[in-house]
Design a protein around this ligand. Structure first.
Ligand SMILES: [Ca+2]
Ligand SMILES: [Ca+2]
Ligand SMILES: [Ca+2]
Length: 316
């Protein structure tokens, strides 16, 4: 190749890269065009109340390191609070709700991670189910360049990412619109009972990498071989729920943490007396507070009752 041809090819590569790195999607929170939703937004009517976790390895290519072990499943319950459970490589969480999520106008739920700054992202696939067995994955896009592997200190740009959880910094949820999964056989988008969150294994060089719906390999921090490795799930906020609307209730009730050691916090319970009973129905504590010191309780299963509402919890 002569010199001008070399220059031309370099220019072509540059132009190709410039146009292929599109940054097509919503920008960071509080910026015009962002779809990030703050945890205190009044559009949230409820939060996931039960989350089960299947942890992934600290490094899928080095199983001897063991599984992620930061946080616990209940850290992903109720309002986003920057307490998280870490999923590890390819680990997953399944969240359930007091009432099913339904498809209203715009986003229907949002997922919260704990990114410490804008554009620092750990990502996860999101799937929904209306029977707890068959899950449908949201079609996702990652335009993040794959020329350099992102590591645990790497920043990217959230405008490269669409429909992957973890796009936004702590306290800002990534929204999901059930309209995007309409028309799927066996999925009732007005009766979503389960939301599954699956850590993206971010390696860009290996067969263990993850792909978006367009076949692009997803560049996500990798490896992350420490106890808080992988996607850090903080909360899942519900925006639309037909049943909550029908009953006129705008907030469901719940408690956290569960299991509890010291102080039990109650969310959404009306003012008035709440009673804690043991497993055989004996009354142990009555209170009007929304925080209860439970250190006097011995280990075991208890119930909080107020009117017809009963919530089970475990004292550890
Ligand atoms: Ca919707
Ligand atoms: Ca990951
Ligand atoms: Ca949390």
């Amino acid at each position: 190749m002569n010199k001008s041809k070399v220059l031309l090819s370099i220019l072509c590569v540059f132009v190709f890269q410039y146009f292929s790195l599109a940054q097509s999607f919503a920008p960071e929170p509080e910026v015009s065009g962002s779809d990030a939703i703050h945890k205190d937004s009044s559009i949230f009517i409820n939060w996931a109340n039960e989350v089960s976790i299947t942890r992934g390895p600290l490094n899928i290519q080095d199983p001897n390191l063991g599984l992620s072990n930061y946080g616990a499943a209940y850290d992903a319950s109720f309002i986003a609070d920057n307490n998280v459970v870490s999923l590890g490589d390819g680990g997953q969480a399944i969240a359930t709700f007091a009432e099913p999520i339904s498809n209203g106008e715009g986003p229907d739920f949002a997922i919260f991670e704990n990114g410490f700054a804008n554009h620092y992202m750990e990502l996860a696939f999101v799937e929904v189910s209306s029977d707890g067995i068959n899950f449908t994955r949201f079609e996702s896009v990652s335009e993040t360049p794959t020329t350099t592997q992102l590591d645990n200190f790497s920043f990217s740009d959230c405008r490269y990412i669409h429909n992957l959880a973890g796009k936004y910094r702590v306290y800002y949820g990534t929204p999901f619109d059930l309209e995007d999964v309409s028309g799927i056989n066996g999925l009732d988008i007005n009766n979503i009972t389960h939301v599954k969150i699956i850590d993206v294994i971010g390696s860009v060089t290996s067969i263990i990498g993850s792909y978006d719906s367009q076949g692009n390999i997803i560049n996500d921090p990798y490896p992350t071989p420490f106890e808080s490795g992988g996607f850090d799930l903080d909360a899942i906020g519900v925006i639309h729920s037909e049943n909550l609307g029908l009953t006129g209730s705008t907030k469901s009730y719940g408690i956290f943490p569960n299991p509890v050691h010291n102080t039990l916090n109650m969310i959404g319970f009306p003012n008035g007396i709440k009673t804690i009973t043991n497993a055989i129905g004996e009354e142990i504590i009555s209170t009007r507070d929304h925080k209860i010191d439970v250190r006097i309780l011995s280990e075991g299963i208890y119930f909080i009752q107020q009117g017809k509402s009963i919530v089970k919890f475990v004292k550890e």
